[in-house]
Design a protein around this ligand. Structure first.
Ligand code: SF4
Ligand code: SF4
Length: 442
């Protein structure tokens, strides 16, 4: 018997125009720019120089001394045009390896499937695959597979509960065998005996296929999540699928639950099978400026403008370009940004949808409170943050915010709840890492 634990949330209009459209491979663009920073602040060191010839799957950036660094591989064959410093959507800077493709897509001759004979070689394979949380977290797979506590259960996250996004759904439909083989491999080497695949309520086709293919495996079950947002947050899935309470924003791995995104596991198994590391990913291209929404398998590093162009859109007409979903994605600083391993979508909207919303006074309706799955009081947090009172924000639990955006969506007064709370949380984290003592005083 699986219990459901009640959690707050909101109902979203899950319009997903690209649903059911298998991923079409993107044509090789005129140039790619592969970021050396795929996760947080951890950057790789470049392993190539201007003028070097590179092949598909060749390791071009790494830093083995940093466990949070995700190795990067060339997604095209061609010549390195240079290494440039760029500013990302969040304002941070990073280095990018710019490659001019030769159009041949010659695979790196050194590639071969890894030989796994023990836990060490399994962990080495996870790192060499270049896999990182492809559901948007970007957490290196290898860091999840070397947890502080031995996991007792594996949960595959196939929630994908934001509108527009359908790339995980395609992974579960088209990459079912890879997901299941990847799960078995992880379970074997991590000594885990039970697994659950948590599938979003709107993806009954994927749930049916997975159930059919796991019918003979009593230790793997498929769980259909309830129809609310956010479904994909770790604490929500643990509450729903295991009937256990989990603290929002605290990795469930610390309590013995290994949760991995379905696309991450699929890509990892593709590496185990073929030796080809993560050099491309499926993204959903949609928005009112895209005539034909679809899923596209894009080379990592493809420029956003080339992706839009491939789907028949005009980037110069866009009022807003989102990398990721409408609830948790970030606005691209320009169409010259490139797709990373964690980007699930490129959503292109006309200026009509890009205007600033006019904020009005709080009417104390409580909708933001009911929307928050982290059980926070967003209206009170907003007031504290606006006063610059970080001490109060901390007491109100800002650090447990999972940045889902549900409160802002629910607010009839259009108050910028999520943005403000997320910024306060980042400030608290900065204070914490800068000086533990200072944070403790707050
Ligand atoms: S963004 Fe943060 S405060 Fe707002 S609903 Fe999500 S978890 Fe709650
Ligand atoms: S939803 Fe908006 S108006 Fe309602 S209590 Fe929250 S902040 Fe105030």
């Amino acid at each position: 018997m699986i219990f459901r634990k009640h959690v707050n949330g909101i109902k979203l209009d899950l319009s997903k125009a690209a649903a059911g459209r298998g991923a079409v491979p993107m044509s090789i663009p005129g140039q790619v720019g592969i970021s050396l920073r795929q996760y947080g602040g951890a950057s790789c060191r470049p392993l190539v120089r201007k003028g070097d010839r590179v092949y598909v799957g060749q390791l071009i950036g790494d830093d083995p001394s940093d466990r949070l660094c995700v190795p990067v591989h060339s997604s095209v064959s061609g010549a390195v045009a240079g290494i440039v410093r760029r500013t990302g959507a969040s304002g941070g800077t990073f280095e990018e390896i710019v490659i001019d493709p030769d159009g041949m897509q010659t695979p790196c001759p050194d590639l071969c499937p890894p030989q796994i004979s023990d836990v060490e070689s399994f962990i080495a394979a996870a790192r060499a695959s270049g896999a990182a949380g492809m559901g948007g977290s970007g957490i290196p797979l290898v860091s999840k597979l070397t947890p502080p506590v031995k996991p007792y259960i594996l949960i595959i996250n196939g929630a994908e509960s934001e509108p527009y996004l359908t790339c995980d759904q395609m992974a579960m439909l088209d990459g079912t065998a890879d997901i299941l083989d990847g799960m078995r491999c992880i379970m074997r080497w991590m000594d885990i005996h039970r697994a659950i695949i948590a599938v979003g309520a709107d993806k009954r086709d994927a749930a049916a296929r997975l159930s059919e293919m796991t019918a003979q495996q009593p230790n793997i079950s498929v769980f259909l999540l309830r129809d609310s947002y956010p479904q994909g947050a770790e604490h929500v899935i643990v509450g729903e699928a295991l009937g256990r309470e989990a603290v929002p924003g605290i990795p469930v791995l610390e309590n013995g639950v290994l949760m991995l995104n379905c696309t991450t596991v699929m890509k990892f198994n593709q590496y185990l099978r073929t030796g080809m590391p993560v050099v491309s990913r499926c993204i959903t291209v949609d928005g009112d400026l895209i005539d034909s929404p679809r899923n596209v398998e894009v080379p990592i590093g493809a420029r956003v403008r080339d992706v839009i162009d491939f789907c028949g859109g005009d980037p110069s007409a866009a009022g807003k370009i989102l990398l990721g979903g409408v609830m948790t994605g970030v606005c691209a600083a320009s169409a010259d940004e490139s797709v990373s391993k964690t980007d699930r979508a490129v959503l292109v909207f006309s200026p009509l949808f890009a205007g600033k919303l006019r904020e009005t006074a709080c009417i104390h309706c409580g909708r933001c409170v009911r929307a928050c799955s982290a059980q926070l009081s967003p209206h009170l947090l907003l007031e504290a943050c606006r006063k610059g009172d970080l001490k109060a924000a901390r007491k109100l639990g800002a650090r447990f915010c999972i940045a889902c955006g549900a409160c802002s969506y629910a607010c009839p007064a259009r108050r910028p709840l999520a943005d403000t709370i997320i910024r306060a949380k980042a400030e608290l984290e900065r204070a914490y890492s800068k000086d533990r003592g200072e944070e403790a005083k707050l």
